[in-house]
Design a binder for this molecule. Structure first.
Ligand code: F6R
Length: 364
């Protein structure tokens, strides 16, 4: 079952290039994204006035990334909400809006209730789901299936990665249809998306270095993840991976928020992991890292090849291949998944079945 791997989580981490490729291939036909099976024709795409992305946990973190990518490319306003909040706050929904529910299992109670809430208001719903025939898949108006295959490990990895791909495809196609990007850039974006599987493979090839680093962090009490823009979205996911399987308290902060609170928590050798994939925000986050260092923090950075000056500041640097900034999340998340995994292994914990957690949360 585990195909020679010690844990399902590692098997699923390694399956990501294929899961991403399969998901891309399911919607890219002759170099174009084809959303016709989702029932979204051009007319309808042009009409969307507002998008609401609603989900729980890691799927919510995909929503945070989707917000940046959809707003930047397609220029449609996006709200991202936790399903457990959305369902009870009597949401005010734009009748020309689109509600996107993201769920691996398709059975998460709060996400299902949020879907029903949206449907009861007559808003169009689209579900990004991995499990065929699940409740959310059956009840949503349309379904974008991620082709991650069965995910056994409680901590999601490959489903998360395929959900990101689904979000990119929607963003890119909406952007073209609404005239927000040129045909030329559209073609480039699709070609770039098709390089993601190989680039993920490249990051995975560096796993021993991350294992070495992670093993040294097994006694950490607190870990802070910081980033700006999409790098903040990745930080949220990196932090969740770390806390759920390694039982180390960890938090993700928008780097600019540090001095509004968190920085007082830094002590000598507190681990701070900075994510710096967005060129336009690089200097800003770097200066936040320098501030952390001067308060004694031990610094790890995830950044793109080429940013070698990072080694002047950070104690440990892990590099990801260059890609279009909108897609960097897909690469930067890999070292963070590996860190969570290897810290958990180093602590001798039950990686695939962390205490108190269930794979599918069917109660609220
Ligand atoms: C974290 C994790 C959870 C799920 C969340 C939603 O690794 O797996 O946070 O993302 O419980 O589950 P689904 O996607 O099945 O709705």
């Amino acid at each position: 079952e585990k195909a020679g791997y010690e844990h399902f989580m590692m098997k699923e981490i390694q399956e990501q290039p294929k899961a991403v490729l399969d998901t891309l291939n399911s919607v890219i036909k002759d170099g174009q994204i084809d959303l016709s099976e989702l029932g979204l024709d051009e007319e309808e795409i042009r009409k969307i006035s507002q998008i609401y992305v609603v989900a729980c946990g890691s799927a919510y973190h995909v929503g945070v990334a989707a917000q940046y990518v959809i707003e930047d490319l397609a220029r449609i306003p996006v709200r991202v909400e936790l399903a457990s909040e959305f369902r009870y706050r009597k949401p005010i929904l734009d009748p020309n809006g689109l509600v996107i529910i993201i769920s691996q299992s398709g059975e998460t109670a709060d996400s299902l209730a949020a879907l029903r809430e949206a449907k009861s208001k007559g808003i169009r719903t689209l579900a990004i789901v991995n499990v065929v025939g699940s409740s959310i898949a059956r009840e949503a108006d349309n379904v974008f299936y991620t082709l991650a295959g069965p995910e056994i490990s409680v901590a999601t990895t490959k489903a998360y990665s395929t959900q990101l791909i689904a979000a990119y495809c929607l963003a890119v196609q909406f952007a073209l249809t609404r005239g927000e990007i040129t045909e030329e850039y559209y073609t480039e974006l699709i070609a770039e998306m098709q390089t993601i599987p190989d680039k993920i493979r490249k990051v995975l090839a560096d796993k021993e270095r991350i294992q070495w680093f992670a093993a040294k962090q097994a006694n950490a009490k607190d870990i802070f993840f910081i980033g700006r823009g999409l790098d903040y979205a990745i930080s949220l996911e990196g932090s969740l991976k770390m806390k759920e399987i390694s039982y180390i308290h960890s938090e993700a902060y928008a780097a600019g928020e540090l001095k509004h609170g968190t920085i007082s928590l830094l002590e000598d050798n507190t681990l701070v992991i900075g994510v710096l994939t967005q060129a336009d925000l690089y200097e800003k986050t770097l200066s936040n890292m320098v501030e952390c260092k001067s308060r004694g923090a031990y610094l790890c950075a995830v950044t793109s090849y080429g940013n070698y000056s990072m080694e002047d500041t950070a104690d440990f640097v892990t590099y990801i291949p260059k890609t279009d900034a909108h897609f960097a999340t897909s690469l930067a998340v890999i070292p963070l998944q590996l860190m969570g995994y290897y810290v958990s292994v180093a602590k001798g914990l039950d990686v695939d079945k962390p205490r108190n957690l269930a794979k599918s949360v069917t109660v609220e």
